[in-house]
Design a protein around this ligand. Structure first.
Ligand code: F6R
Length: 602
């Protein structure tokens, strides 16, 4: 999704803007641009394509200036093109803005402005912001007044950075349902849509809340609410470094992040188990006896972690648990009330559908707990309690270490609730959990085996994944990983459903990835596998050493741990299979086409 950078300080703006945009590349984008303010004049350069196109386009322009804004665009309204790229300026080049989010009433506002004689250059929703700003600013008052008036007119979501030649000593930023952080540096103040863009300059940040604004100058920053009342904000010090947001010798972020999982899992567990008891101080005020129903809600990979978390919670706490896609939950009129617990899972903490689902749950009086990775993110702040995974920054679009750490935290959370409710605590799960990072390390060493399996997929158009119960969650995730990074079409099926339709797809040479790790159901999955082999399937089976797999030629034996923890181990070969298939096929592993890291629009 779109990325934003802004700089005001004693140094030059452009280096910050460009390095920040580069750090935000992982979010996915199709065009980029910058505006620099110097000698009461704005210079804007923007173009379709990657940042290297922008670097080329910048040659020959004088981009000197200590105030500037930058943007990477991920098209929502209007095709990727030079004109649709940000920043957007008013006609006389005195105002420049960058915008993330969606202005939902832009057509209406555009019609009004066209009636007033305004001419639009682009097809974007964002351009109405600068034209509207021009309208109010030219009718008197200062820039801040005009920005307030614009915010009163626009509906939807936004992170905005605004500069004006008439007030060259400031940048105004505003936020609603789209992330924005302000950083304090030695040179002045900076802003960005995500922390990695700031890390080379500062670890000291202020998080903006919804309906909040800030005025940045080179010497200070002031925060305001929509009633123009000044707000006090404390600095948060970011606990990770720029190095942790870089590739560190690996070819791709995805591979680096796959290899970071032993550490990420250890860090997420840290402090949670003490003398055989679960410790979740954040939850001490939650009365778990009152819930008669639980929802686990997320999107994509986070939803797959929810599928695992929900099954474990139900088993340990004897209460009905539903896992739902956030986009379905928010529009599904769920029957929820103050006796419902809703758990929201999100790496970025900014996913628009998950955030909207959370707001709905709050409106209906539910208790809301979030499991997030990004400190201070919108979902973390909006929920009653935020539990943090300690995956560190996840840059590759395909989620890997966030997924496994979500499962770790959700398993510990479910066990904590059982402990609080007086149910027997699964001590075996706790003991085995401790060993998971070592098992993951061992699995990573088998990478050449998984690379070998990937060769089977080199010339395949389709691949089918099968599993049951927790193994179904694992194959859902395996199929998603494969399709998103390698573009091989992949579908996951519950083993028992195959003969109700999908088995028609199996023919000589079809690759089927099967997972059978759950003792109570593995034999059934293995029967399903045999049915596909009978129809010519080339099966790769991931299982433990407990089951008879003589019918299958390609079998990988996973360590035999507590069944509830098997998804953590299965995840590793699933990720590496997808990764190597993508590499063999020459894909852009870290930035798959059409995808964005942080999905901040619906
Ligand atoms: C897939 C992937 C996505 C995200 C989904 C939710 O590899 O990364 O499916 O899991 O967009 O994102 P978060 O977890 O940030 O809410």
């Amino acid at each position: 999704m779109c990325g934003i950078t802004a700089y005001i300080g004693k140094g030059q703006a452009l280096p910050f803007l460009m390095q920040g945009l580069e750090k935000l590349e992982y979010r996915g984008y199709d065009s980029a641009g910058v505006t620099v303010l110097n000698n009461n004049q704005l210079t804007t350069v923007k173009c379709k394509g990657r940042l290297k196109n922008l670097e080329e386009a910048l040659k020959g322009h004088d981009m000197t200036g200590s105030v500037g804004i930058g943007h990477t665009r991920w098209a929502t309204h209007g095709i990727p093109s030079n004109l649709n790229s940000h920043p957007h300026n008013n006609a006389d080049g005195t105002l420049s803005i960058v915008h993330n989010g969606i202005i939902e009433n832009y057509r209406e506002l555009k019609d009004i402005l066209i009636d007033k004689g305004y001419k639009f250059q682009s097809q974007t929703d964002s351009e109405v912001v600068v034209q509207c700003l021009d309208y109010f600013y030219k009718r008197g008052g200062d820039l801040m007044d005009a920005v307030h008036k614009v915010l009163n007119c626009i509906e939807g979501s936004y992170a905005l950075c605004i500069i004006a030649t008439k007030e060259p000593d400031k940048i105004i930023v505003a936020k609603k349902n789209s992330p924005l952080v302000v950083g304090k540096t030695e040179e002045g103040y900076v802003a960005a849509s995500d922390i990695p863009a700031l890390l080379a300059y500062t670890k000291e940040v202020y998080f903006l809340g919804d309906d909040e604004m800030a005025v940045l100058t080179k010497d200070d920053v002031h925060f305001y609410n929509r009633r123009n009342e000044e707000l006090h904000k404390d600095i948060t010090v970011i606990p990770y470094t720029l190095e942790s947001a870089q590739k560190g010798g690996y070819d791709t972020f995805m591979l680096k992040e796959i290899h970071e999982q032993p550490t990420a899992i250890r860090e997420t567990m840290r402090g949670r188990i003490f003398n055989g008891r679960l410790v979740f101080d954040e939850l001490k005020d939650v009365d778990f006896t009152k819930f008669n129903k639980v929802y686990y809600i997320g999107c994509g990979t986070a939803y797959h972690a929810c599928l695992c978390g929900a099954q474990i919670f139900e088993l340990e706490n004897h209460v009905p648990v539903f896992a739902q896609y956030a986009s379905e939950f928010r529009y599904g009129n769920p029957i929820i009330d103050d006796k419902t617990l809703c758990v929201f899972c999100s790496q970025s903490g900014e996913t628009a559908d998950t955030l909207a689902a959370l707001k709905l749950a709050k409106e209906k009086g539910c208790t809301t707990i979030s499991v997030v990775n990004v400190l201070g993110s919108s979902i973390a702040r909006a929920s009653d309690v935020a539990l943090y995974t300690a995956a560190g920054p996840e840059i590759a679009v395909a989620s890997t270490k966030a997924y496994t750490t979500q499962i770790v935290l959700l398993s510990l959370f479910a066990t904590y609730v059982a402990q609080e409710l007086g149910y027997p605590v699964d001590e075996d799960l706790l003991t085995q959990m401790d060993k998971i990072p070592n098992y993951v390390e061992a699995l990573l060493k088998d990478d050449p085996i998984f690379e070998g399996y990937a060769k089977k997929l080199e010339n395949q158009h389709d691949c089918y994944f099968i599993g049951r119960r927790l193994d179904y969650a694992s194959v859902m995730e395996g199929a998603l990983k494969l399709k998103e990074v390698s573009y091989v079409h992949a579908d996951a099926y519950v083993g028992g459903e195959l003969k109700h339709g999908a088995i028609a797809l199996i023919e000589e040479g079809t690759v089927v990835v099967a997972v059978a790790t759950q003792p109570d159901i593995a034999a059934k999955t293995i029967s399903n596998i045999e049915e596909t082999i009978a129809r010519g399937a080339d099966v790769i089976l991931f299982t433990t050493d407990q089951f008879d797999t003589s019918a299958v030629k390609t079998v990988y034996r996973l360590p035999n741990v507590n069944p509830l923890l098997m998804p953590l181990l299965v995840a590793i070969p699933m990720q590496l299979l997808a990764y190597h298939t993508a590499v063999i096929k020459g894909r852009d592993v870290d930035k798959p086409r059409n995808l964005a890291k942080s999905v901040t629009v619906e």
